[in-house]
Write a protein that binds this ligand. Structure first.
Ligand code: IPD
Ligand code: CA
Ligand code: CA
Length: 254
């Protein structure tokens, strides 16, 4: 199945690369911080047309029309057509198409494609994680020699204070941190050892479903900030780590 999903996701990435005059094709969803572009919709429509026929009876759970499907039973494609929309609108070239395939609430395949770098991360449950076909692994670096990624839970401003508190605690223990602006790619950065940790207080299933599997298949650890499993049906916090830093979570005030 992964072999069939990958070329479709790569093709979707070409829609992202074809974008022109993005600001003129951008609309506010709920606020100036919550944007959707005509390209988000074009990618989602393309994937909605191409993915479900791969598995008859499967449902499509996409960010832009999420209310229409339940990804927790049967086969479900969980899709973020463009993760990192703010980066995309601003020409920052740090965005990805994210596709997960879940069965009865368990992610079995994950694909995250950054068309700007032509980097395709993929994983199949039990089959390892790959970047453009080459195996990837989390780093073995302790946080004291490491860099962590974080997200600001932009659509849930109530998490601002805890986000900043946790950032400060981790920053004091690390070399530096990054706020790269696309959660799916933040997770892949942990998976391939570019960063040691990532956290965000509130993410949706389509932000983390594919990336979370890629992290665990790359030998990393993933949970909520309270140590529980991630949800495929509602918003939750996300903590991703390499092995050596996984217990740090117990020492932090979250
Ligand atoms: C957002 C990005 C961002 C994260 C937000 C997400 P979107 O996704 O992943 O990095 O901080 O929480 O919602 O809106 O660009 O698809
Ligand atoms: Ca997203
Ligand atoms: Ca999105």
């Amino acid at each position: 199945m992964l072999k069939q999903i990958i070329p479709i996701v790569r093709e979707a990435g070409q829609i992202v690369l074809s974008a022109r005059d993005v600001w003129a094709r951008t609309h506010e969803k709920t606020s100036a911080a919550d944007l959707v572009t005509e390209y988000d919709l074009a990618v989602e429509n393309f994937l909605k047309e191409r993915l479900p026929p791969l598995i008859p009876g499967s449902v499509f759970f996409g960010e832009e029309e999420a209310e229409n499907a339940d990804p927790s039973c049967g086969w479900a494609f969980i899709v973020d057509p463009i993760d990192g929309t703010t980066n995309f609108v601003r020409g920052l070239k740090q965005s990805a198409v994210s596709v997960a395939l879940a069965h009865d609430g368990e992610t079995v395949c994950g694909v995250v494609y950054d068309p700007f770098k032509d980097e395709l991360f993929s994983a199949r449950r039990g089959g390892g994680a790959f970047l453009n076909g080459d195996p990837i692994h989390v780093s073995a670096r302790p946080l004291s020699e490491g860099v962590f990624g974080m997200g600001t839970a932009i659509y849930r401003r109530e998490y601002l204070a805890p986000t900043m508190r946790l950032t400060e605690q981790l920053f004091r223990r690390s070399c530096d941190f990054r706020r790269l602006g696309a959660a799916a790619l933040d997770l892949c950065a942990v998976a391939c050892g570019r960063t040691e940790l990532f956290f965000e207080y509130s993410l949706c299933p389509w932000d983390h479903a594919a990336g979370a599997l890629i992290v665990t298949e790359a030998g990393g650890v993933i949970s909520t900030l309270t140590g529980g499993p991630l949800s495929l049906t509602e918003r939750c916090s996300v903590w991703a780590s390499n092995q050596i830093n996984k217990d740090i979570l117990n020492e932090l005030e979250v």
